[in-house]
Write a protein that binds this ligand. Structure first.
Ligand SMILES: [Zn+2]
Ligand SMILES: [Zn+2]
Length: 222
């Protein structure tokens, strides 16, 4: 299995490249403004088809989508509730006023991902989990052993829902409130096995069991 994390940009956003090591399809998750760093890694992997899947549409996660979509004729997938956030990429860029986010191009969505869909990409089968609160269509992608018999560890690419020791902000575009976010994290993620690894949109990986015990935002809910 290949799972490469590529942190980059002003908000040190994590983009992920993954496939099962056999498939000729490569999954690119949340390509932000670290386009050069992602390109470097992609060049070293042999594949035939690239697919771009986003956890959500905040600019630091979506800025690079159009570049990779064009360059590799990649299809782009996201939850439909993120479209209003995609549509204000230019306004978000103006607000940040950072060179790395200049002239963003809004990518066309090729297909929408619903809650609880089984997706087949990159040689994996994985489940989409809608976990709103940070943004209305925030998706987590759950790679279970049940659906992938060769997997050593179960894992979730969880975007900006939950981080090591923290949770996503609710005061950005499309956010709701802490109670909503924490409730959704509790119901959709924290009921999965403790040893499941979480790969968040910012910062280091963690584990469900660790966050259950020590994440100050989740204590009291679980
Ligand atoms: Zn975000
Ligand atoms: Zn983010």
């Amino acid at each position: 299995m290949n799972l490469i994390v590529i942190p980059g940009g002003a908000f040190v956003e994590n983009s992920y490249l993954l496939n099962d090591g056999i498939s000729e399809e490569l999954i690119l998750i949340d390509p932000g403004s670290q386009i050069n760093e992602i390109e470097e890694k992609i060049k070293k992997i042999s594949f035939k088809k690239l697919v771009i899947i986003n956890t959500h549409a905040h600019l630091d996660h979506v800025y690079g989508v159009q570049y990779f979509k064009k360059k590799y004729s990649a299809k782009f997938y996201i939850h439909e509730f993120e479209v209003p956030i995609l549509n204000v990429m230019v306004e978000a860029s103006n607000r940040f006023g950072l060179e790395e986010f200049s002239n963003p191009e809004i990518p066309n969505v090729d297909s929408f991902i619903n809650d609880n869909e089984i997706l087949s990409f990159g040689g994996f089968k994985f489940t989409s989990l809608l976990v709103p609160g940070h943004s209305p269509g925030s998706l987590c992608f759950y790679f279970s052993k049940q659906n992938n018999s060769n997997l050593e560890n179960e894992f979730i690419i969880c975007g900006d829902t939950v981080f090591a020791g923290s949770v996503g902000r609710v005061d950005l575009t499309g956010g709701t409130n802490m109670e909503d976010l924490v409730g959704n994290i509790t119901n959709k993620i924290m009921n999965l096995p403790d040893e499941t690894i979480l790969f968040p949109g910012h910062g280091p990986e963690t584990q469900i069991g660790i966050e259950k015990k020590s994440n100050p935002f989740l204590l009291g809910y679980i």
